[in-house]
Design a protein around this ligand. Structure first.
Ligand code: FAD
Length: 424
């Protein structure tokens, strides 16, 4: 039993019902929060109003942000890699939530653009690290005809008796080279500015593209320098949300890549892709907990300012209930996020089913929270003068990014069903 001798207001942290942050965790949280508030929010709001072409043009505020985020050390992947698993599980969701609270598109821009460099460092190979280790890049998996099929790279949710699309971009191994032909989808984040691509694409190793399981394709994971002859880029994509995060197509016309740059072949390429998706989905959950929290905080402030019915609208009990509902959804989002980080960095993890559990819940919840927050703003919520409509658009994009919600849920259920069948 608790023994309360007086009733006081709850003591809340930046991240709500937080209990026991260490001094180090508190310092990191405050640094991330200050950066999100002072740098990301203003730059994100500016970039949101620019055209996709302007976002990637020389002198764009995007470059100022990237310079500052690297200087801040908040996303120093080498430092994160040096933490023990318990530190990673606790510190990463704190940082990503703050950055998502600042601006989700910018948070993802910094991370997505460093994926190839991170993969290069992971190889431990001096030549690859020298070539790719410090260049901004992108993560390329989807193609015009392979969207969800790319997310389902292991072919686990293909309908019996059917086959996945063969797509529009593939590689073939010829001697010491990998020849890449075709085009990516228009959705490759940071592609318009990338100098390298970490590509997971179908590959013909000499026996065709079809994987022997008949449900998917053979794949290769390869680092591609984008200054090679035959590479070109499409126009940056105009889209609904996360506008500070540029996307675009990459075209490959018989591009010869040294075989040395292959990071994973055959089934290992599929595992490598699913590992990246496992990290990405988990990170998205933390980022969009930050988006949900931002929407809740704006709504909380607004309902105390806006007067209707002769009083600030917070004094109407229905508004109190609706605002509480937002608070609770943010807390639940954070709880599932932290639980999945803890699981993935435990001896039992990581698993894509865990990451999907958090990513799909949190992104859908962030959209609901932003939508109801907008409703609490009334007509003002619809205008660009207030920050809510941007959060709604940012959250909307997150339900398709990094794997469309339903496709991901099907993949997770496939694994849960497999686990059930093994035990029964
Ligand atoms: C903001 C953003 C950033 C992105 N960044 C990247 C990136 O950096 N790199 C990259 O490679 N891609 C990126 N993507 C692409 C993203 O991964 C794809 O958009 C996503 O996987 C869905 O593919 P699609 O758009 O082709 O939709 P489709 O696959 O065409 O899906 C259309 C609909 O069909 C349904 N569907 C599809 N397959 C099945 C199935 N087997 N069973 C049941 N229903 C199904 C889906 O649920 C969906 O509702 C990004 C997308 C967005 C929005």
């Amino acid at each position: 039993m608790f023994d309360l001798n007086k009733i006081v207001e709850p003591v809340l942290g930046l991240q709500g019902l937080e209990a026991d942050l260490t001094e180090e965790e508190r310092a990191i949280q405050e640094a991330a929060h200050g950066f999100a508030r002072d740098v990301m929010r203003p730059l994100g709001a500016t970039l949101d109003k620019m055209t996709a072409e302007e976002v990637v043009a020389p002198g764009s505020p995007l470059f100022e942000y990237l310079r500052q985020v690297h200087e801040s050390g908040l996303l120093d992947l080498a430092a994160i890699a040096g933490m023990d698993n318990q530190q990673k599980a606790r510190i990463m969701p704190i940082i990503f939530e703050e950055l998502g609270w600042g601006d989700s598109g910018l948070a993802i821009a910094a991370l997505a653009s460093s994926f190839p460099a991170f993969a290069a460092h992971n190889t431990g190979d001096a030549e690859i690290i020298e070539r790719f280790g410090s260049l901004p890049g992108c993560w390329l998996a989807t193609q015009p005809d392979r969207g969800s099929d790319a997310a389902d790279m292991d072919g686990s949710i293909v309908q019996p008796g059917t086959r996945q699309s063969r797509g529009n971009l593939y590689a073939r191994v010829v001697g010491d080279e990998v020849i890449v032909q075709g085009q990516s989808s228009a959705w490759v984040s940071y592609a318009p500015l990338a100098q390298t691509a970490l590509a997971y694409i179908p590959c013909d190793y000499g026996q065709g593209l079809e994987h022997e399981n008949g449900r998917g394709l053979n794949h290769i994971g390869i680092l591609i320098p984008l200054d090679l002859p035959g590479v070109s880029k499409g126009k940056p994509l105009e889209k609904l949300g996360q506008r500070p995060l540029p996307q675009g197509e990459l075209f490959f016309n018989e591009v010869h890549v040294p075989k040395k740059y292959v990071i994973a072949e055959g089934d290992a390429a599929i595992t490598s892709f699913l590992s990246a998706l496992t990290f990405g989905n988990m990170e998205m959950a933390a980022t969009f907990t930050g988006v949900a929290r931002a929407a809740y905080e704006h709504a909380l402030a607004y309902v105390h300012e806006r007067k209707q019915g002769g009083t600030p609208i917070i004094n109407h009990q229905s508004v109190q209930l609706r605002t509480f509902d937002l608070w609770q959804k943010v807390e639940l989002s954070r709880a599932i996020t932290q639980r999945v980080f803890a699981y993935n960095y435990s001896d039992k993890g990581p698993h894509l089913a865990a990451s999907i559990t958090s990513k799909t819940y949190v992104t859908e919840t962030a959209f609901q929270v932003a939508s109801e927050a907008l409703q609490l703003f009334g007509g003002n919520g619809l205008t660009c003068e207030y920050p809510i409509e941007k959060l709604l658009r940012d959250a909307r994009a997150s339900m398709i990014e990094d794997g469309e919600t339903n496709t991901l849920k099907l993949k997770a259920m496939h694994w849960l069903s497999r686990a059930y069948q093994r035990n029964h």
